[in-house]
Design a binder for this molecule. Sequence first.
Ligand code: DX5
Ligand code: ZN
Length: 217
Amino acid sequence: MIAPSLLSADFARLADEVQRVADADWLHVDVMDAHFVPNLTLGLPVVQAIQAVSPVPLDCHLMIEAPERWAPGYAEAGARNVTVHAEACRDPRAVARDLRAAGALAGLAIKPGTPLEAYLDVLPYFDTLLVMTVEPGFGGQSFMSEVLPKVREARRLVDSGHLTLFLEVDGGINADTIEAAAQAGADVFVAGSAVYGADDPAAAIAALRAQAAGVRG
Ligand code: DX5
Ligand code: ZN
């Protein structure tokens, strides 16, 4: 699945920007609070407005403190998947339970330096694992290939039946990097600048999807 990140869109024209990626699988929405990451983007009222006009299911990536308090609101707003950061959660299992109870898929995100091992006991309660392939906070950064062993490890756990998860990668995904990420086992690819920076976002989505599908055979 290809999930264009709205972070690289024109924030003054969000309704139009959503339509430009109407054939995407998920629409990735980066929520930042200027505390968990050194950047501030948008919050629940804007997500509700996007949800009302988006033909694509929303994938909310919450880079915020206290996700226990705020994450369920995004699920109640109708997001398909809501992802919280492991580093910000005191009780990831409780967040997953609340997200699922509100009708969303529950996602857990880990930063490049966060090991998978620390969260193996809570991952059975989640539907999505988002492996950050840049430090969270900004679009347009370079892909960190050193994170790929973590994707491979997660893929092994899924393929062996120990976990059932979408494996999402986020950060620096473009025509040069998506095949390595697909090879490592990712199945959801977030792309911000590679989609919204293209002259034709729909063509960019189709090209990325074809590249990833080619790897998976
Ligand atoms: C970064 C965000 C990403 C960002 C990706 O913190 O989580 O979703 O939009 O942008 P690109 O694809 O440009 O790296
Ligand atoms: Zn993101």
